[in-house]
Design a protein around this ligand. Structure first.
Ligand code: CTP
Ligand code: MG
Length: 399
């Protein structure tokens, strides 16, 4: 039973964009800044702010990943989280989020996941201004550069920057007014404050924060990384003008005793006793996943494929490895090679080694995978035939 009181505020976190300008090979929300994604950082900021219903608007097909990130950020407040699928434009994504806001909510904040490092204090300032009866609130920062109006290559005149401010998110609105403005909107606006202004509402400003900048280009991502790890970043910049390859190690053990056929090293082994586990118990592929994630600094198999992910119950090696490959790609890594050794008295690998290597390599986009197998001279649990153990080493290189 839920013990969380029903909040008066909802935060819609729009994360359904494709991240074209970042060019990371996948949706921007799932790109890693450090060991956490853009979305996870954004949600950490949301949950550190005032209590609110949190609606994450995810790209189609990535709802499960968005939910994993939201649960990780929510801690004990999981019942505040919902995930919906976004639309083709930011405005369509906000509308999808708005449709999921609970009935009792009075204030709606719309926040770009791409503003991943927004401090919780900005959320509090926006809500405070809403509670003072303003229907629309936008956080802004002063424009610091001298601005020019230009025509092609010619600067025409300076623009008085004292009249200008840069708009950020979260932007906050009275829920009924925002819903009415969305229902009436017949064109695309650059942000929700513009849509509300067009509907005739006064929009007030509160101080934003420089840290709430939007991660749009690769330079922005570098800036976010530097802000999170200033010392590490300086060290890398000085000592590693070119990013180095990285290695990782992973091991896994499963006991015999599962249902059905044995699955090991991406192959099914009819007639052999099955291994037990949440998925198919394929210790070889799980060791490889751990080695790859470790090499890329992305946590481990539990971080991404925990037993709370029903879609991985019974899943085989190809699902795990393809998802791991995608996670690596989003974080800017590709697989160099993988070497894995399995310790088991059975099955006998010799006759199917090449087949196993090909299956695992296929699932990793063609990266070379070497499989070796050994027995342990009758010693230990593998020697007694109680289960199998696998040890993997992976090399990843900057993509
Ligand atoms: N957004 C969204 N749905 C869309 C487009 C954008 O939810 N159809 C979200 C993005 O995920 C982001 C925020 O709106 O958090 C701001 O958009 P932007 O920075 O432009 O992100 P992208 O659209 O992903 O990036 P790009 O324009 O470079 O493709
Ligand atoms: Mg965009």
């Amino acid at each position: 039973m839920s013990i969380t009181p029903v909040p008066r505020t909802a935060v819609i976190v729009v994360a359904a964009g494709s991240g074209t300008r970042l060019g990371a090979g996948g949706p921007k929300a799932f790109v890693g800044i450090d060991e956490h994604t853009v979305l996870r950082h954004a949600l950490d900021g949301v949950f550190a702010g005032p209590l609110a219903q949190v609606v994450v608007v995810a790209p189609a097909g990535r709802e499960g990943d968005a939910l994993t990130e939201a649960y990780a950020a929510a801690g004990d407040a999981r019942d505040l989280v919902s995930v919906v699928v976004g639309g083709d434009t930011r405005q369509a994504s906000v509308a999808a989020g708005l449709a999921a806001v609970w009935a009792d909510v009075r204030y709606v904040l719309v926040h770009d996941a791409a503003r991943a490092l927004t401090p919780p204090a900005v959320f509090a300032r926006v809500i405070e201004a809403l509670e003072a009866d303003n229907p629309a609130v936008v956080p802004v920062v002063p424009v610091v550069d001298t601005l020019k109006r230009v025509d092609g290559h010619v600067a025409l005149a300076a623009v008085d920057r004292s009249e200008l401010a840069a708009a950020q998110t979260p932007q906050g609105f009275s829920r009924v007014d925002l819903e009415a403005a969305y229902a009436a909107a017949s064109e695309e606006f650059t942000d929700d404050a513009a849509l509300m202004a067009d509907a005739g509402h006064a929009v007030v400003v509160v101080p934003g924060d420089r840290a709430a900048f939007k991660i749009t280009t690769p330079d922005d991502l570098e800036r976010a990384r530097a802000l999170l790890a200033p010392e590490a970043h300086t060290r890398v910049a000085i000592e590693q003008p070119h990013p180095l390859p990285r290695v990782g190690v992973g091991t896994d053990v499963h006991a015999f005793g599962g249902e059905g056929d044995l699955w090991l090293a991406g192959l099914s082994w009819p007639g052999e006793p099955a291994l037990s586990g949440h998925s198919d118990g394929d210790a070889v592929s799980h060791a490889i996943v751990d080695a790859l994630l470790a090499a890329a600094g992305l946590g481990d198999i539990g971080t991404h494929f925990g037993t709370d992910r029903p879609e991985y119950a019974g899943a085989h090696a190809d699902r795990f490895l393809e998802r791991t490959l995608a996670l690596l790609g989003e974080a800017g890594w590709r697989v160099g090679n993988v070497s894995v050794q399995v310790q088991a008295v059975r099955p006998r690998f010799a006759a199917r080694r090449a087949e196993a290597e090909a299956a695992l390599s296929d699932a990793l986009g063609g990266a070379p995978v070497s499989v070796s197998a050994t027995t342990t001279d009758g010693l230990g649990f593998t020697g007694r035939g109680e289960g199998v153990a696998a040890y993997a080493v992976a090399l990843v290189v900057p993509a």
